[in-house]
Write a protein that binds this ligand. Structure first.
Ligand SMILES: *[C@@H]1O[C@H](CO)[C@@H](O)[C@H](O)[C@H]1NC(C)=O
Ligand SMILES: *[C@@H]1O[C@H](CO)[C@@H](O)[C@H](O)[C@H]1NC(C)=O
Ligand SMILES: *[C@@H]1O[C@H](CO)[C@@H](O)[C@H](O)[C@H]1NC(C)=O
Ligand SMILES: *[C@@H]1O[C@H](CO)[C@@H](O)[C@H](O)[C@H]1NC(C)=O
Ligand SMILES: *[C@@H]1O[C@H](CO)[C@@H](O)[C@H](O)[C@H]1NC(C)=O
Ligand SMILES: *[C@@H]1O[C@H](CO)[C@@H](O)[C@H](O)[C@H]1NC(C)=O
Ligand SMILES: *[C@@H]1O[C@H](CO)[C@@H](O)[C@H](O)[C@H]1NC(C)=O
Length: 562
């Protein structure tokens, strides 16, 4: 948990992005005929989706946003493809939704980079107001051409009081018919922001996905699956998303549907084969001697009852209290190691993106986070105690589509932020269960096994080692639902969830001593580099506070932090 910062993370992200930029200057036809593009494959989860238990509007294929019914279309007609520009310089493909149900209209075209298997959707809408003059959908009054080459991107011009939420793509220079697409009444739209680069060239065009600007359990913005296109010197089209104006939560899964989702998608969490610090349940940690300390009364720590009901639950993270391992040395060493048999995961089920998605955050508790290890060139460097701390909370989040119950992506927490990985790029096991890896000592989550160097590049970084061994937590075997605000009193939050202070003490070692010790042991030619590397680590890494619990993290009620 401890050793990463946004800075380091940004590096990892950049690394990930440039891993396979194996673009060679092949001609279009060569690319076409010799190498099928990733997008030529349609991604499907390894196993068919089960029949979900009935009840409410979950997985019913439709959602009423308030006079505007929407459905999700993932069958497409290919309109136009380009084979250059965009991610990995492989180009992008533009599609039109097909098989739009009777009474529904297209709101915009779909676009995807060619470097990934086809996996996407757009919403189509149906006006259910029966109001001919002020309904929720209207035809555009015209189009503006945003981009043309051998494909054409058109921005609908909405009538007064309406907004365009998507572009129309054609493969001929004729303006699309006004009946092609619908604009949405302004009160059913919300602000959005670019999300993911789809395509762009040095000729000035850039195409991005869209997502609501405000996201969280209370936020009502609904992504449409459409894209925005901007062309330098021409129209910059930042298109709005939709809005679930009635805050209709009928699409959210009920308790038996949540059980079924877990049966399908509960992640497998592979711990590193060399990991000494395994997870445990929170109550095991408490029952085995964890102590609550109070500032000013450090010599009288108290033991904690198994549910945490004697923890302070008022106030904020003000440093007035903290938890620690048992005082007795032998007990400390034992508790540090956790207890895999007793470990389970804690679930937080939340409504996301205007109730069109369900996020299931899967939290894992580790009594102890081990020391970090660095790699300089090809040499492993122990960092002494740097990185160690008591109490480590990590999570992955499953994002499930409420139209059909399909898993669409998984978030992996990595220190203070994390990454979303599309289902089309996950490893699965036992049907549709995503495979996740917990890194040696830091327990940061990864979608892949192997070594990642966290740092600023130059062959120096903190090792993040993950591997598939025998040690695995099957989240589906032992889980406890600890929070689900939209379910009301169905989910009873355990008392420890409301403990707002730190789950471990401030570090008890001296960073300067620790750094000097490490440096002393290094060969002379690495000393200077090491100084520079340590100097570049953000202060929160070196002056580590104990970690806080799930409710205090970014982001309990919001979207995940990336
Ligand atoms: C919520 O949506 C469902 C169908 O998706 C509909 O039956 C219900 O009337 C809606 N509720 C409100 C308050 O709009
Ligand atoms: C051009 O667009 C039409 C739909 O408007 C589609 O049916 C056709 O296949 C497209 N042509 C090509 C070459 O993709
Ligand atoms: C149309 O309906 C919306 C939402 O109810 C309302 O805000 C708007 O004033 C109406 N416009 C007209 C012209 O009646
Ligand atoms: C680990 O947990 C299991 C199951 O709760 C229990 O039987 C076992 O005694 C525990 N081991 C330790 C060392 O606490
Ligand atoms: C470096 O450390 C990793 C684990 O952290 C280990 O697998 C690897 O063998 C070590 N390499 C060397 C050269 O010691
Ligand atoms: C924890 O906090 C939540 C929200 O603030 C509250 O609804 C709940 O009653 C609290 N639980 C306990 C056990 O104090
Ligand atoms: C967490 O979510 C809340 C609510 O959506 C939002 O206001 C806040 O900016 C988010 N914080 C971060 C760091 O993303």
């Amino acid at each position: 948990m401890v050793l990463l910062s946004q800075l380091l993370f940004a590096f990892f992200f950049a690394l990930g992005n440039c891993l396979d930029s194996s673009s060679s200057p092949t001609s279009l036809s060569e690319k076409d005929s010799t190498n099928p593009l990733p997008i030529d494959t349609i991604f499907k989860l390894p196993s068919p989706l089960p029949t979900w238990p009935p009840g409410g509007g979950f997985a019913s294929g439709r959602l009423d946003l308030g006079g505007l019914e929407v459905c999700q279309i993932s069958s497409f007609t290919k309109i136009w493809a380009t084979h250059e520009g965009g991610p990995d310089n492989l180009g992008a493909t533009f599609f039109e939704p097909s098989q739009v149900p009777e009474g529904f209209f297209m709101l915009g075209s779909y676009a995807q980079p060619n470097n990934k298997a086809l996996f996407g959707w757009v919403l189509a809408g149906k006006d259910t107001t029966g109001d001919p003059s002020n309904g929720t959908l209207k035809q555009p009054i015209d189009y503006t051409l945003v981009w043309s080459s051998d494909g054409y991107i058109w921005l609908p011009t909405p009538p007064d009081g309406y907004k365009a939420v998507g572009c129309v793509v054609t493969n001929s220079s004729d303006k699309p018919s006004l009946d092609k697409v619908r604009c949405v009444r302004s009160d059913l739209t919300d602000l959005s922001e670019p999300d993911g680069w789809i395509w762009g060239t040095d000729k000035g065009i850039s195409v991005y996905g869209l997502r609501p600007s405000t996201r969280g359990v209370q936020a009502l913005g609904v992504p449409t699956g459409t894209f925005m296109a901007s062309n330098s010197g021409a129209v910059a089209a930042a298109l709005p998303c939709l809005k679930n104006v009635k805050a209709n939560l009928s699409s959210m899964p009920n308790p038996s549907q949540i059980q079924a989702l877990l049966q399908s998608y509960s992640p497998l969490i592979y711990l590193h084969p060399d990991e000494e610090y395994l997870p445990s349940s929170v109550s095991w940690f408490f029952r085995n001697g964890a102590l609550l300390y109070k500032k000013g009364d450090e010599s009288n720590p108290v033991s904690i009852d198994p549910t945490g009901s004697n923890l302070p639950m008022d106030g904020s993270n003000d440093g007035a209290y903290w938890l620690d391992l048992p005082a007795d040395q032998a007990a400390r060493e034992q508790v540090k190691k956790g207890n895999l048999t007793d470990a389970g995961v804690y679930l937080h089920v939340k409504s996301m993106l205007g109730a069109t998605f369900t996020d299931i955050a899967v939290w894992v508790f580790y009594p102890f986070n081990g020391a970090a290890k660095a790699r300089f060139e090809l040499i492993n460097v122990s960092l002494g105690k740097i990185g160690e701390h008591v109490g480590d909370w990590e999570h992955v989040t499953l994002r499930v589509n409420n139209f059909n119950g399909q898993l669409t992506s998984v978030y992996f927490s990595q220190h203070s932020a994390g990454v979303w990985v599309s289902a089309s790029e996950l490893e699965f096991q036992g049907g549709n269960k995503p495979v996740t890896y917990s890194a040696l000592h830091s327990h940061a989550f990864s979608p892949k096994a192997g070594l990642v160097l966290e740092g600023n590049g130059g062959g120096i970084g903190i090792r993040r080692d993950t591997a598939k061994g025998e040690t695995v937590v099957d989240a589906g075997a032992r889980f406890l639902e600890v929070a689900g605000e939209y379910l009301g009193s169905v989910v009873v939050e355990p008392p420890w969830l409301n403990y707002t202070r730190e789950w471990g003490p401030k570090i008890d070692y001296n960073i300067v001593d620790e750094t000097n010790n490490v440096e002393k042991a290094l060969p002379f030619f690495l000393k200077k580099k090491f100084r520079k590397f340590i100097g570049g680590l953000p202060s929160e890494v070196l002056g580590e506070e104990g970690p806080t619990g799930p409710k205090m993290k970014d982001n309990w009620s919001g979207d995940e932090r990336t």
